[in-house]
Design a protein around this ligand. Structure first.
Ligand code: PLP
Length: 427
């Protein structure tokens, strides 16, 4: 239960409900696979972050999960929105988020993306453009300078620095080390050179520095270490702003334990105070806001027993709605929707329906005995980097996304149809 959304309950018949909605009913109404989010849980995590870090200090990293409803929810709750591409910026703006509530990231921003970020909100804001752009490369600085010469409005800029802090996480999602595609190296002097170049060219108003050491980080002291390194580096410049990234880990399995957003805030801001940081400190949580707010509901299609080897339970989704096990070897827990609290005494490998042996959701899942064809099984903590990383591999339509609140459920992303699968094809 600890891994399930805040408002998950076991009904009298043993079946799971989320925010007052029976999950078996939702599966019947919206089909499977299905992402079910507990909307109040999302809002509670946004509020926890704002109360831990302060108003206008929390930037939701939208790559974790983005759709119109999520952009609006995060904006409603007072979070800024971090976008890493023109596409993410488009979704946020199209949802009605003002440009000056968005922050643009990315290690390879195109001219078009930068232009979009500089000009957005031109008609509606005193100062056009996104709140700030996090500059990632010398090439980008030169692009910004070309745009300045073309007469685009001047952006506010933070400089992304790789502080050389190794976060203990999977190498694909560690970003603070010196050998990284992201940002300017602090140790070799690039970060200082980037600041000097921006100041010399005058291609933006430099307001601060930024780092993000990685994702799914459990050791809160890694963040404090990064704060220390960054503040020493930034001290001579006296910038008004400092962003310390996102990356707080979440528990995906029963044996994991993650710090809360509140305790992350306490440790990080305490560290900043004791270091003597005077700048406004921003953070960019993604996963910790959305991950445990959702479950994915699947229907079992086949069960295959290979005596002496293992049992395979195949569900109607897989690596197309959750590539994390394949990408990072991530672990998940699965349970029987109709009997949530059942003892899980049997082991099985839960696999998807894609044409790859690697299409695994859980390598060694514990399941109740007797899970059979037609049953609903769900995986917990799938609210981050699931739907946002979903693909159409094998032309499997992407699942619908449902927000449940107070006994009502609404689809916020509809299921893809067969027609959607050929929408872009030309004869
Ligand atoms: C991905 C990312 C985040 C969010 O990371 P989470 O692990 O989802 O909290 C924050 N900042 C930057 C720059 C990122 O790339």
């Amino acid at each position: 239960m600890r891994l399930l959304p805040d408002n998950a309950r076991v009904e009298a018949d043993g079946s799971l409900s989320i925010a007052g909605c029976r999950v078996d009913d939702l599966a019947a109404q919206f089909g499977t696979p299905l992402f079910v989010y507990d909307e109040a849980h999302l809002r509670a995590r946004c509020r926890e972050a704002v109360s831990a870090f302060g108003v206008d200090r929390v930037i939701y990293a939208s790559k974790a999960f983005l759709c119109t409803a999520m952009a609006r929810l995060a904006h409603d709750e007072g979070l800024l929105i971090d976008v890493a591409t023109g596409g993410e910026l488009f979704v946020a703006l199209n949802a009605g988020v003002p440009a000056d509530r968005c922050v643009l990231h990315g290690n390879n921003k195109s001219m078009e993306e930068l232009e979009m970020a500089l000009d957005a909100g031109r008609d509606s804001q005193k100062r056009p453009g996104v709140r700030h752009i996090v500059v990632d490369s010398f090439d980008e600085i030169h692009r910004l300078d070309a745009l300045r010469r073309d007469g685009h409005p001047l952006p506010r800029l933070q400089v992304r620095v790789t502080p050389g802090v190794e976060a203990h996480t999977h190498e694909y999602i560690a970003t603070g080390q010196n050998d990284s595609k992201f940002g300017f190296n602090l140790a070799n002097g690039d970060a200082a050179r980037a600041i000097e170049l921006i100041q010399r060219l005058g291609c933006g108003e430099l307001v601060g520095v930024h780092c993000h050491i990685g994702s799914n980080v459990f050791a809160v002291d890694s963040f404090a270490k990064a704060a220390d390194v960054m503040s020493r580096f930034a001290a001579p410049y006296d910038f008004p702003e400092l962003t310390l990234g996102g990356g707080l880990g979440v528990a995906y399995t029963e044996d994991e334990e993650a710090p809360t957003i509140a305790s992350w805030g306490n440790v990080l801001l305490d560290a900043c105070r004791s270091i003597g940081i005077k700048s406004a400190v921003f953070v960019e949580p993604g996963r910790s806001i959305v991950a445990s707010a959702a479950i994915t509901v699947y229907r079992v299609g086949t069960v295959k027993e290979i005596p002496g080897v293992r049992r395979y339970v195949s569900v109607d989704g897989g690596m197309s709605d959750n590539p994390r096990p394949v990408l990072y070897g991530s672990g998940y827990e699965a349970f029987d929707v109709s009997n949530v609290a059942a003892d899980r005494t049997e082991s099985a490998r839960i696999v998807g329906k894609h044409c790859e042996s690697g299409d695994v959701l859980i390598f060694d899942a514990d399941l109740p005995s007797g899970v059979k064809v037609g049953d609903l099984v769900a995986t917990a903590v799938t609210g981050a980097y699931g739907h946002s990383m979903a693909s159409n591999y094998n032309k499997v339509p992407r699942p619908a996304v449902v927000f449940a609140t107070d006994g009502k459920a609404r689809a916020v992303v509809r299921r893809e149809t067969m027609d959607d699968l050929v929408r872009l094809d030309l004869p």
